[in-house]
Design a protein around this ligand. Structure first.
Ligand SMILES: NC(=O)c1ccc[n+]([C@@H]2O[C@H](COP(=O)([O-])OP(=O)(O)OC[C@H]3O[C@@H](n4cnc5c(N)ncnc54)[C@H](OP(=O)(O)O)[C@@H]3O)[C@@H](O)[C@H]2O)c1
Length: 216
């Protein structure tokens, strides 16, 4: 039975709350992450605003959120140990758990195959892999284990990209890692459904941010 404040979980687990959830949004110092943090807060959720290096911008996100119980959590997600630290501190700051993880943090840096040196090419592939794919996998694992331990189920949302399906000629590592994010989401959706955890991936088109200037 559902009403405006509850949503019945597809797996038959206890009703999943539609408001007042504990939400971790990675990469919420700016851009889409900031907008997502505001949308969750507008909905009455508590948000852990994660940032990589831009603490001041992340604090501006935090200060703009309506409601209460929000928190600021910084850390470079390309380091698996730091990712675990971020997940632990976010859960603690949100009152001891997490109900929703949004894997939004990503890098998108140019490396046209024909003109990029091998040194830059290999370094940029490592960077895209570690932030876009491995951090998404690591945060998902950490959140899923926490949600299973809570016995509450949960939600994981991956921010993919149109580039996963259409190619990115000047940013091939970005396109490939986003394709992998979508594949990861398909696997996790099936694997975690029995635990009441729904996993979804979205593929936005272009929108203007610091990461992608409006003229793109
Ligand atoms: N903009 C578009 O047109 C577009 C299109 C399709 C999909 N997307 C996807 O949508 C999402 C948001 O895009 P956006 O344009 O809003 O991005 P953005 O403005 O470039 O912001 C990226 C966010 O990721 C964080 N981040 C980057 N590297 C990190 C690291 N190593 N550790 C921790 N955090 C890190 C940044 O934190 P700091 O700034 O604090 O370092 C920032 O908060 C991304 O997944 C992107 O791929 C964007």
């Amino acid at each position: 039975m559902s009403d405006a404040h509850t949503a019945t979980d597809a797996s038959g687990h206890a009703p999943f709350p539609a408001t007042g959830r504990r939400v971790l949004v990675s990469g919420a110092s700016r851009g889409l992450g900031r907008a997502l943090a505001r949308a969750f807060a507008d909905n009455g959720d508590r948000v852990a605003v994660h940032f990589g290096s831009r603490e001041q911008e992340a604090r501006a996100t935090l200060d703009s959120l309506p409601g209460f119980g929000h928190a600021l959590v910084g850390g470079d997600l390309s380091d698996p140990a730091r990712a675990k630290d971020v997940a632990d501190r976010a859960a603690e700051a949100l009152g001891g758990g997490v109900d929703v993880l949004v894997n939004n943090a990503a890098v998108n840096l140019p490396h046209p195959p024909a003109t990029t040196s091998y040194e830059d090419w290999s370094a940029l592939w490592q960077r895209h892999m570690s932030v876009n794919l491995l951090a998404t996998a690591n945060l998902s694992h950490l959140a899923a284990h926490r949600m299973i331990g809570q016995g509450t189920g949960g939600r994981i949302v991956n921010i993919g990209s149109r580039g996963a399906f259409r190619g990115e000629p000047d940013h091939p590592a970005y396109g490939a890692t986003k394709a992998a994010v979508h594949a990861l989401g398909q696997s996790l959706a099936v694997a975690l459904a029995p635990h009441g955890i729904a996993v979804a991936s979205v593929a936005p088109g272009f929108f203007g941010t610091m990461g992608v200037p409006p003229a793109h």
